[in-house]
Design a protein around this ligand. Structure first.
Ligand code: AVJ
Length: 318
């Protein structure tokens, strides 16, 4: 397995992180970029969320992927390269690789480098014929893909991670990967659907409190990397579905008036003040196809589970 030259150094990561955190917390409406949930503890919490019955997106998409892979195998005739954005624990790619005969290269991109490298080593051992090229990078930043063989590229973006972007950011992201994947590329993307708001609500307010711990953990991550002194227990988890915006919003709400120091800056919180930590947009299939179309991608296939809880799209570069 090769390692990539694209990894940012620890110092770069720290100074960008501090800048993002201070930018977000110095606005009148405080916010934090949701990508900073994923330190190794956060990745573990997320894996735990995925095992919860209330969190339907993960298991629904997972249950669809064997069918998707079977259909896809008859569509992809020549050798292909798969590039996965935000690859996490590399569970879903296995369901594709088990059925796809024509994948020569796999390039998983993830911000959590150690987690990614460990998972990539295991995958490489299971699929010795495949070339696995993990890249530790922030896939939300436009970046060139590594130069590999001139294989057509299938982007893979499962899990409705696209929902973390606003529709404008999603359009920007989809246009960017349309450029970097190239003219004959395709994109396999999982998108959470609009549905009964109580089902949505429960998925982000689980009874075990794992989502709450995941939300608060962003403060631990900031403490560790940015030298801050947040008390995560002094913030309450609050998540709700906003039907006007079509999104779940997650917030951390200060339970008291407090001051936090971050890299020599003091940030003041009044009692009840919130930090907006995440959006998770939900799309009807038509809404999503319209968004994709403005970014150079056209519909090739759609899969929906029986209860229409989740959608998977195969798009092709126009
Ligand atoms: C990984 C962004 C798809 O939005 O459902 C899970 C993250 N946040 N529970 C989502 C998440 C709270 C998840 N995504």
């Amino acid at each position: 397995m090769q390692t990539s030259q694209f990894a940012v150094t620890e110092g770069d990561f720290r100074s960008l992180f501090i800048r993002d955190v201070l930018d977000g917390l110095q606005q009148p409406q405080k916010s934090l970029p949701s990508k900073y949930f994923y330190d190794s503890q956060g990745s573990q919490y997320f894996d735990q969320i995925c095992s919860l019955n209330e969190y339907y997106p993960y298991r629904t998409e997972l249950s669809m992927l064997p069918d998707v892979a079977r259909d896809l195998n008859s569509i992809l005739q020549d050798p292909w390269e798969i590039v996965e954005f935000g690859a996490g624990s590399l569970v879903k790619i296995r369901l594709l690789l088990q059925q796809l005969d024509n994948i020569e290269h796999y390039v998983p991109i993830d911000i959590a480098g150690d987690h990614l490298r460990q998972a990539s080593d295991r995958l490489q051992q299971e699929f010795p014929q495949l070339t696995v090229l993990p890249i530790e990078a922030d896939f939300t930043q436009p970046a060139p893909l590594p130069e590999t063989l001139p294989l057509p590229k299938l982007g893979f973006f499962p899990g409705s991670t696209i929902g973390n972007f606003s529709p404008e950011q999603a359009q920007f992201f989809l246009s960017n990967i349309r450029q970097s994947l190239g003219d004959h590329s395709r994109l396999l993307i999982g998108v959470d659907t609009k549905k009964d708001p109580s089902v949505l609500h429960n998925a982000y307010n689980d009874s075990m409190g794992v989502t709450a711990a995941f939300n608060r953990n962003i403060l631990n991550h900031i403490n560790r990397i940015c030298g801050a002194d947040f008390d995560p227990q002094a913030f309450a988890h609050y998540a709700f579905y906003n039907p006007v915006a079509g999104r779940i919003e997650m917030h951390l709400i200060s339970t008291l008036a407090q001051q936090v120091s971050i890299d020599d800056q003091m940030i003041a919180f009044s009692e009840g003040e919130n930090i907006h930590t995440e959006n998770s947009y939900k799309y009807t299939p038509d809404e999503f196809l319209a968004l994709a179309a403005t970014s150079g991608w056209e519909r090739e296939r759609i899969w929906l589970d029986k209860a229409q809880m989740f959608s998977v799209f195969l798009l092709s570069a126009r």
